[in-house]
Design a protein around this ligand. Structure first.
Ligand code: 5GP
Length: 190
């Protein structure tokens, strides 16, 4: 049986990757084992990323092919690149007995909700609006133009916060991780 998935969403720069990284490292003794659902994307690999770990980095043409073959559960165009959740990832993770952990933008969340995918949707919020810009600037993995795009995108993503089941403020990473763990344990009924 497919495990209920945990979907983390939130504006660019809110710290989704850090929070998810921590959730993935939690020991089995926590009562839950998360595994990242590795998405496919057409965006360029950042210097700290690994193929098959952070994403499957693929060309536009291949993405289009996979789309035609209906290999995606959902997909979205974000800041000039394409992203998609592979059905095979959710199956692989569930077969292994782990809980799929997804990071999606609001478009992806809306598609999964429409398809009634069994998941809990958590929105990660910044402690204050200016924190997003500061984090994006610190990350400095994007060019100035790309960063402007991401700041605008982050602002528009904040508008979707009401579609989520839970909202967690990422003020203190330990507290945010603990809160998400508590939600996941309750929602996945371990
Ligand atoms: P980034 O390029 O910073 O890794 O991700 C940009 C945005 O794409 C983030 O909001 C992230 O959560 C979202 N994202 C990553 N993978 C997927 C996916 O498979 N589907 C959707 N809809 N969004 C994704």
């Amino acid at each position: 049986m497919q495990k209920k998935a945990v979907v983390i969403s939130g504006p660019s720069g809110v710290g989704k990757s850090t929070v998810c990284g921590r959730l993935l490292k939690l020991p089995g003794s926590c009562g839950i084992k998360f595994e990242r659902s590795v998405s496919a994307t057409t965006r360029k690999m950042r210097r700290n990323e690994k193929e098959g770990v952070d994403y499957y980095f693929i060309a536009e043409k291949k993405f289009g092919g996979w789309l035609k073959q209906r290999r995606f559960l959902e997909h979205a165009d974000i800041a000039g690149a394409r992203y998609g959740t592979l059905k095979s990832e959710l199956k692989r993770i569930s077969d292994y007995g782990s809980v799929p952990l997804l990071t999606l933008d609001p478009q992806g969340v809306l598609q999964l909700k429409r398809k009634k995918v069994d998941a809990v949707y958590i929105f990660l919020l910044p402690p204050r609006k200016s924190a997003l810009k500061e984090r994006l600037q610190k990350r400095s993995t994007e060019t100035a133009v790309e960063m402007e795009k991401r700041i605008k995108l982050a602002e528009s993503e904040m508008e979707y916060k009401s579609i989520y089941d839970y909202r967690v403020v990422n003020n203190d990473i330990d507290k945010a991780v603990a809160k998400i763990l508590e939600i996941a344990l309750r929602e996945t009924k371990y």
